[in-house]
Write a protein that binds this ligand. Structure first.
Ligand SMILES: [Zn+2]
Length: 142
């Protein structure tokens, strides 16, 4: 996006207008789509180009997103630490272990965590075993 400050040569009114590119401006001007907001004159010229605000806004959005991601990652990290400390890792055997706890009434001091496919989670839930799906970030150093 590009912002042009336009001036009407007829009534000297100036106004800002956004265009997707300078080419679009030229095209619209040729087709007579750019007219003065006050007197409707087509004698409109661009004056000095205003700095593009949109770009800096976009950059700002990226910063905010990065910040949010950091915060979310930190929350997940803490959550993972908590789970690793309080739950027993069963890896791929999650569905099996969950069933064995549910059906055989296996007493485990700790809860379990591990990986399960969406299908397995669905099956477990149909059997009345509630498993919670949580976001998990792979710890590369692990
Ligand atoms: Zn005008």
């Amino acid at each position: 996006m590009i912002k042009y400050k336009l001036i009407c040569k007829y009534c000297t009114n100036t106004f800002d207008s956004w265009f997707s590119s300078s080419r679009e401006y030229e095209k619209l001007k040729k087709q007579g789509y750019i007219n003065c907001h006050i007197c409707n004159s087509l004698s409109v010229e661009k004056t000095l180009m205003s700095p593009s605000i949109l770009k800096s806004q976009k950059n700002h959005m990226l910063e905010v997103k990065k910040d949010k991601y950091k915060k979310i990652k930190k929350t997940i990290d803490e959550y993972q630490k908590f789970i690793k400390k309080n739950f027993e890792y069963v890896g791929e055997n999650f569905a099996y272990e969950a069933r064995s706890i549910h059906y055989k009434n296996t007493k485990k001091v700790k809860g379990i965590y591990g990986s399960a496919s969406k299908e397995e989670i669905k099956e477990l839930s149909e059997e009345g075993i509630e498993a919670e799906v949580i976001p998990w970030l792979e710890d590369k150093s692990n």
